[in-house]
Design a protein around this ligand. Structure first.
Ligand SMILES: Cc1cc2nc3c(=O)[nH]c(=O)nc-3n(C[C@H](O)[C@H](O)[C@H](O)COP(=O)(O)OP(=O)(O)OC[C@H]3O[C@@H](n4cnc5c(N)ncnc54)[C@H](O)[C@@H]3O)c2cc1C
Length: 243
């Protein structure tokens, strides 16, 4: 395998992001030889990466998901598993009057009081509120079960929806459910495979250049080049466990 270090961008695998998604096929950079090829290459097997794998398989794309750790889960697997969503059917069934707007106003009011939101991109935050109900329905479609009674967190309504069987215990169940679903749909998931750096089409580490694959390091230190015809998705979570 011939690799030239100058031909690779060092990845800053800090936050989830799409890279080089597109319909056209990606040509190999002149000096890289490919060990594996897929349509969509995903890094990080927390909730974001596993959901991306399921969604990509729903679109019939070939998927390889690599996780750096010895097991899947990331922060998601140790989280409370609470979804802070207003206006759900689960709330209605539990007799809780709430909506996207009530939730949004409550959060903005609290954010303003706490001097948050002032310099933040509220359009991005708002999207989480707008798409939350559909997002939970999508998770349910893929086997995730929520507790029937949302609980009170911060805020003016009982709107924290924990994954069954509840606070913290739901998070490993969530990961297990999403992992099994991704694999059932045909995604290839492999642990102890770490994103080392991204490979660009031109081989130059330049902004705006298409990403066509990645260098991936196994537990034995061996590096392989993986080609992604449609795109690379970084779902490597926050800074605390990034590369
Ligand atoms: C204790 C705790 C409780 C929380 N409770 C809640 C809650 O109740 N509700 C809520 O909304 N949020 C909660 N959060 C926040 C929430 O868990 C995170 O925002 C969410 O899990 C992030 O998901 P993710 O898929 O983006 O990242 P993660 O779940 O962290 O997954 C990222 C994965 O990428 C892997 N990775 C990193 N670098 C590489 C690399 N170079 N190559 C390959 N893989 C790599 C990591 O090992 C990890 O498995 C909580 C967080 C914590 C820590």
């Amino acid at each position: 395998m011939t690799t030239n270090r100058r031909n690779f961008i060092i990845a800053s695998a800090g936050s989830a992001a799409f890279l080089a998604a597109g319909a056209s096929s990606a040509a190999a950079p002149k000096k890289a030889s490919w060990d594996l090829t897929t349509d969509v290459l995903i890094f990080g097997a927390g909730q974001a990466g596993l959901c991306a794998a399921i969604a990509a398989r729903e679109s019939k794309a070939q998927v390889i998901l690599f996780e750096k750790g010895a097991f899947c889960g990331g922060h998601t697997g140790m989280s409370g598993s609470g979804y802070y969503i207003g206006g759900t059917d689960i709330q209605k069934k539990a007799g809780i009057e709430d909506s996207v707007e009530i939730n949004w106003k409550d959060s903005v009011d609290r954010g303003v009081k706490a001097h948050r939101f002032i310099k933040r991109d509220t359009a991005v935050v708002r999207r989480v509120y707008d798409e939350g109900i559909a997002g939970m329905a999508w998770l349910e479609k893929h086997g995730v079960k929520f507790m029937p009674k949302p609980v009170q967190g911060i805020g003016n309504r009982r709107r924290v929806h924990y994954v069954a069987p509840g606070y913290k215990k739901g998070s490993p169940v969530l990961i297990d459910t999403l992992l099994k679903e991704a694999q059932k749909l045909g995604a290839k998931v492999q642990t102890e495979m770490q994103l080392d750096s991204l490979i660009t089409q031109t081989g130059e580490p330049t902004l705006g250049v298409r990403v066509v694959g990645a260098r991936v390091k196994g537990a034995d230190g061996k590096i392989i080049n993986v080609r992604a015809r449609k795109g690379v998705i970084l779902a490597t979570g926050g800074f605390a466990n990034s590369a």
